[in-house]
Design a protein around this ligand. Sequence first.
Ligand code: LHQ
Length: 252
Amino acid sequence: MREGWRKITLNRPEKLNSFTVELHRQLAAALDEAAADETCRAVLLTGAGRGFCAGQDLEEIGSEPSAVGDLLREHYNPLIRRIRALPKPVVCAVNGVAAGAGANLAFACDIVLAARRAKFIQAFAKIALVPDSGGTWFLPRLVGEARARALALTGEAVSAEQAESWGMIWRAVDDEELASEAEKLLAHLATQPTAALGLIKRALLASASNTLDAQLDLEAELQEAAAGMPDYAEGIAAFAEKRPARFTGQGA
Ligand code: LHQ
């Protein structure tokens, strides 16, 4: 536990941190702990070794079609939902290759930094599967239909720099600066109005399926909730007094 934030490291470096059921269980538990810990105001997700995550461990996968579907329903889908619903920022530091569900796990996070050596690969078609873990939802929204279709259908790798210039990720950084840049960002987020940031995540999630009318109503509702929180009073006071705000991150 750092000062106000937690780091979660996928740790099967010899297999490029590909997912086994065990790794899923560990990650789910770590995310739940981070969610429950009031002193944790932001989460960093990264990988050990030279890769970020190579998706499903292809040596562990069952041969039954229903086993493939069950893996998604029992582990991958809850993972993506957990990250999107976590009411605090989740930063992903993509330290190396992100393939298959590993790429889409990164896209589920709120802010993605990537080392220049990292690559994003929709590896699914190469093994005659369909992008999962939200890939067919994230990609068109992140990079538009034309690029989403080509990436999903060819499985072509996208470099970190290309990913940044396409708006697929927030920023590509030099390999040796990834850890320090990520930590700087986490240290900043850990001082911010966490409960309000949680409401921002809720609004953005809802916008994907809302009409403008419904979204305007939701914004009014969430703004009212935010304005009832102590950090709002502190933000206004700090502005008036021309000093940095000292947010607690607490809700009402
Ligand atoms: C691996 C893996 C791996 C096991 C590297 N498994 N060992 C969910 C649920 C249900 C159904 C299916 O789908 C899903 C979601 C998915 O994610 S499906 C997509 C699964 N992932 C892939 O297809 C990617 C497979 N990996 C690769 O294409 C390459 O390894 C990449 C491009 C990621 C990296 O290439 P390199 O940098 O050349 O590394 P490498 O291939 O040499 O890998 C290093 C080691 O890691 C190697 O083991 P070894 O014992 O030979 O040193 C690989 O076998 C192992 N590894 N990915 N997914």
